[in-house]
Design a protein around this ligand. Structure first.
Ligand SMILES: [Mg+2]
Length: 217
């Protein structure tokens, strides 16, 4: 792959699944939370999974989806404490730090753009030590809209004064990439291998990256 790095001034990077192994989040929401819900409610794991997954489904694409205080109330569980309890499972994708170093050398403006709640973001940055690689870290909770909403990008541009035609976004969420495309962000990449435990996801709308090394030259 050739890539016109000279045309890119801003590199916007998603966190979960893109830089960090999404296995942590999948395990947390699909296994640990239903187990705790079953335990505290005294219901079967199957019933708990059905109930919890239906609640997730209702909040897809909204800020509630990643609002761990919302889920604490909704499920009557201490979600931040549960996350803290498995923080040792948070992993950086093996290619991520190399790419962040590469971007530093290239003197790009590197912005973390995430739908993660601040509490999740703080926990993950503290655990991984990646914070210093970013010129700016932006959570959807700062802007009031998730990345799937055009208003997220509008407000982000107002705040950072970046040029969409000179910006790149890498994300493992195709809906987010589609919104960014509508907004005019020019260089879009789909991070296909979001979890170390799952096969790469398929997507035909955006160029797929299995590894950041494909862009490092
Ligand atoms: Mg992601």
């Amino acid at each position: 792959m050739t890539f016109p790095w000279e045309n890119v001034a801003w590199v916007l990077l998603d966190m979960d699944g893109t830089l960090l192994d999404k296995h942590f989040d999948d395990y947390f929401w699909e296994t640990l939370v239903p187990e705790e819900f079953a335990r505290t409610r005294g219901v079967s794991l199957a019933a708990a999974r059905q109930d919890v997954f239906a609640r997730y489904k209702r909040e897809e694409g909204t800020l509630n989806w990643t609002d761990i205080d919302f889920w604490s109330r909704e499920l009557d569980l201490d979600i931040p404490a549960l996350k803290e309890g498995i923080r040792h499972l948070i992993e950086v994708h093996p290619d991520a730090e190399d790419f962040l170093k590469f971007l530093r050398r290239r003197q790009k403006q590197v912005i973390l753009v995430t739908n993660a709640h601040w509490k999740t973001l703080d926990l993950k940055m503290a655990h991984t030590g990646l914070l210093d690689y970013f010129d700016k870290v932006v959570s959807s909770f700062d802007l009031g809209y998730p990345k799937e909403d055009l208003r997220f990008w509008r407000i982000l541009q107002e705040q950072l004064a970046f040029q969409p035609r000179q910006a790149m976004l890498v994300d493992d969420n195709a809906d987010v990439l589609a919104t960014a495309r509508r907004y005019g962000i020019k260089y879009l990449f789909f991070k296909a291998r979001s979890s170390s435990q799952l096969p790469p996801a398929k997507n035909s709308d955006f160029p797929a990256l299995l590894s950041f090394h494909e862009l490092m030259f």
